[in-house]
Design a protein around this ligand. Structure first.
Ligand code: NAD
Ligand code: DAU
Length: 344
């Protein structure tokens, strides 16, 4: 296993990055520097309680060359989570997506190239576009890129930059493309936490369109265990798809949330669909499983979901400050009920 003493984690105050920091502190002896701009999606409270001798937060922008050079020069590896991550926001204003996801990744690549630092790029299955609902196939490492939204197009662009810097300049990089994550510390704008916190607030969950779109759910800890294995044992230049065989349509997920929370399973509203809404994502993680021996620990989605619901019930102080502004953003984007009680 590669000996990594100091890891720079970009976006480490966000959902997956912060869970990754905890995973690294729990499973290795490495120390971590988090580089995070603390956008609306980043929260320093998410890192509270972590050892100050092993984890330090630097507030800064990955698109700022000077900041990036300073932080990259002192570390053994960079794990790059920082991004604008929400599809709906990218439809309202794509500009920060291009700036952070493309220019930010470019600045990091230039810095790791200058300093000879190992780089792992965290990306998404959305770069492959979508599959038909009745198509039995799944995404593999050789599926052609076909991104649909401004978000996924900028992530696809960042993946291409990483591959070009690896081939042209010998940067020591790996890439992972993961499916939809759930778990603690996810922003309330995202599907699962939005519906859990709606139910807590006595508001009916909101399904886009007919609720038939399929996502391939994975617990954030399983994603992060895979990222750490790829960082320490992955082949340079290789792309790994990360997924846990967790396909569910959105209606099934909402019904399960309502059921676990003691509500009638049909107590949701159908609302305006997302423009260009990808139909289905599905990951074939054979390379990761066979090459690195990774297997997901969270095989029971209902149990993982119930634990996540408990977390949001117990940690209202963490998400409450974001909730009203998030719902105002959806209302301003024109979201309105098409069926269900809200439409009457
Ligand atoms: P998030 O929105 O919860 O967190 C993103 C973090 O990046 C925040 O802390 C934010 O402050 C920080 N950030 C944003 N712009 C920055 C900038 N210019 N400079 C420095 N920091 C900045 O996102 P997430 O859901 O944790 O996703 C993390 C990464 O994982 C992203 O790259 C995303 O594309 C990828 N990913 C997410 C999922 C998912 O289901 N959420 C699945 C696959 C891949
Ligand atoms: O597949 C990986 C991607 O998963 C990541 O790259 C993204 O960063 C992450 O946000 C996620 O993208 P999605 O667009 O799939 O996630 P989101 O949580 O926004 O929505 C999940 C599904 O639920 C999607 O089909 C849209 C739908 N949805 C979403 C919201 C917020 C609803 O039906 N109602 C909602 O209120």
């Amino acid at each position: 296993m590669t000996d990594l003493r100091s890891i720079l984690v970009t976006g480490g105050a966000g959902f997956i990055g912060a869970n990754f920091v905890r995973h690294v502190l729990d499973h290795t002896d490495a120390s971590v520097v988090v580089l995070d701009k603390l956008t609306y999606a980043g929260d320093r409270r998410t890192l509270e309680g972590l050892s100050p001798t092993r984890c330090r937060l630097v507030v800064g922008d990955i698109a700022d060359a000077t900041t990036v050079d300073e932080q990259v020069s002192g570390c053994d590896a960079v794990v790059h989570f920082a991004a604008e991550s929400h599809n709906d926001n990218s439809l309202a204003d794509p500009s920060p997506f291009v700036q952070t996801n493309v220019i930010g990744t470019f600045q990091l690549l230039e810095a790791v190239r200058r300093h000879g630092v190992r780089f792992h790029h965290v990306s998404t299955d959305e770069v492959y576009g979508d599959l038909e609902l009745d198509d039995p196939s799944r995404f593999t490492e050789s599926t052609p890129y076909r991104p649909s939204s401004p978000y996924s197009a900028t992530k696809a662009g960042s993946d291409h930059l990483v591959r070009a810097w690896t081939r042209s300049f010998g940067v020591q990089a790996t890439i992972s493309n993961c499916s939809n994550n759930y778990g603690p510390y996810q922003h309330v704008e995202k599907f699962i936490p939005r519906q859990i916190t709606n139910v807590i607030d006595g508001v009916r969950p909101r399904l886009y369109g007919a609720g038939a779109n399929v996502r391939d759910w994975i617990h954030v800890d399983d994603h992060n265990a895979a990222v750490l294995q790829i960082l320490t044992r992955g082949r340079i230049g290789q792309t790994y798809l990360i997924g846990a065989d967790g396909e569910k349509n959105n209606r099934e997920v909402v019904e399960m949330i309502l059921d676990v929370m003691g509500q009638p399973r049909d107590a949701y509203d159908l609302v305006t669909d997302r423009a260009g809404h990808d139909l289905r994502y599905a990951i074939d993680a054979t390379t990761l499983r066979t090459e690195l021996g990774w297997t997901p620990r969270y095989q029971d989605f209902r149990a993982g979901l119930a634990a996540t619901i408990d977390w949001y019930r117990t940690n209202e102080a963490w998400w409450r400050p974001q909730k009203a502004a998030t719902e105002r953003k959806y209302a301003a984007a024109g979201e309105r009920p098409l069926s269900g009680e809200g439409a009457r």
